[in-house]
Design a binder for this molecule. Structure first.
Ligand code: CA
Length: 406
């Protein structure tokens, strides 16, 4: 599981990590962003910048002397599959019995550690274990790509050079600090490291040593990886003692245009509108802010997304990934299996989604890129056109809506 979605808004690479052959010469087109400098010349510039940032010559030598340009990484980045599965399709695959059973076992076996982490960072065990299982199946699939090659290649490429240059410099700082030796830096093909797939910058700035050996080792130490994940979630605004996501029941007469991740109401107001807990019992009539999240529209599952859910979107900006990770955490915390509703009957195919986006653009709506992906812009455009057509404005495109736009 890649965390590339963090880099590319709303996109998640779903391919597993596989090895790629190294090639020495990049194509000429890749060099356009640095005035035709060769990879070796460009790397000298990185060395100079690293030295300016206070990184020692010893670290620069040991980390960068063996670095090679890897065209297969760049090709992979450019050809990265886009993420267009629905919540139920994705969560059916991701929230499987293996993850639920092993997640529960880890929570029981490491109970003391998880309560120590929660005490220090305010993040409960199920939340961390859900990320641990989704990202690497509990540290079993951290990836085996050479991180420094990957980051240098992506930084040399002209697609997002600055972003990956910063990540490369952060990787050098991790070496400088003594957390990992260059040879130990192996992970996902796009440079994420460790059991919860940290970008090097997050690693350098946020990782903690939780097993007390003096090093932050997110690859070998699950204690370090899990506590660091909690530290990162807290940094992104996690609120201790509050829920993150809760499945609810929604009456048919709710104002559907309020079901929007950008709109929050106090929980008491949702209760007044007839929203109940999934078992039909009343919601607490308190002021906890919540959004009504309908990942598959009004015919699919319904959740209240609390302020902590926004932290999930910092971890990964894909709404489907975030909802799945948050839902898995609720399952590990004891929630029942999500009710399916009739949502699958009304899901658009990728081609239908593209047709819908073109129809929206033709009517003057901004959908961002016409890419067949239901991102935030497309949702907003769908909501607007639903309202214009007098349909329940739940932001979710159905075959019925597509038919009306034809
Ligand atoms: Ca450690």
């Amino acid at each position: 599981m890649q965390r590339h979605g963090k880099i590319l808004a709303a996109l998640v690479g779903l391919a597993c990590v596989i090895g790629g052959g190294l090639v020495s010469a990049p194509p000429a087109t890749a060099a356009n962003c640095h005035g035709g400098a060769t990879f070796a010349q460009w790397l000298d510039g990185v060395r100079a910048e690293a030295a300016q940032q206070g990184i020692s010559q010893g670290t620069i030598q040991s980390a960068l002397s063996g670095v090679r340009y890897d065209q297969s990484i760049v090709n992979r980045d450019r050809g990265q599959g886009v993420f267009s599965q629905s919540f139920l399709t994705f969560s059916d695959r991701m929230v499987n019995s293996y993850r639920l059973q092993h997640g529960a076992k880890h929570l029981a076996n490491k109970q003391q550690m998880f309560s120590a982490i929660e005490q220090q960072y305010g993040v409960p065990g199920p939340v961390i274990v859900a990320f641990w299982s989704l990202e690497t199946d509990f540290g079993a699939n951290n990836g085996d790509s050479n991180t420094l090659n990957a980051l240098a290649s992506l930084a040399y490429d002209c697609r997002r050079p600055q972003l990956f240059r910063e990540q490369l410099l952060a990787a050098l700082k991790i070496v400088e600090r003594g957390d990992l030796a260059p040879a130990e830096m192996r992970g996902a093909w796009a440079g994420e490291l460790g059991q919860t797939q940290f970008l090097p910058k997050d690693y350098y700035e946020t990782a903690v040593d939780f097993d007390g050996d003096g090093k932050r080792n997110l690859i070998k130490s699950s204690a370090d990886a899990l506590a660091s994940s909690a530290a990162l979630l807290r940094k992104h605004g996690w609120r201790a003692g509050e829920p993150w996501l809760e499945e609810v029941k929604v009456p048919g007469n709710i104002p559907w245009d309020q079901a929007d991740i950008a709109i929050q109401h106090p929980r008491a107001q949702w209760a007044k509108l007839g929203v109940t807990r999934v078992n039909g019992s009343p919601l607490p009539a308190d002021n906890l802010p919540a959004s009504l999240l309908l990942p598959m529209g009004r015919d699919g599952p319904a959740f209240l997304a609390y302020p902590n859910f926004q932290v999930y979107l910092q971890w990964n900006r894909s709404l489907v990934y975030a909802t799945t990770a948050a839902y898995l955490a609720t399952r590990l915390a004891g929630a029942p299996k999500v009710s399916r509703g009739n949502a699958n009957a009304g899901a658009l195919s990728r081609n239908q989604m593209i047709e819908l986006q073109k129809a929206l653009v033709a009517r003057g709506y901004d959908v961002g890129k016409v890419d067949g992906i239901l991102g935030a812009n497309t949702r907003a455009a769908v909501k607007a056109v639903q309202a214009q057509l007098g349909m329940p404005a739940d932001s979710y495109p159905t075959p019925e809506l597509l038919q009306k736009l034809r």
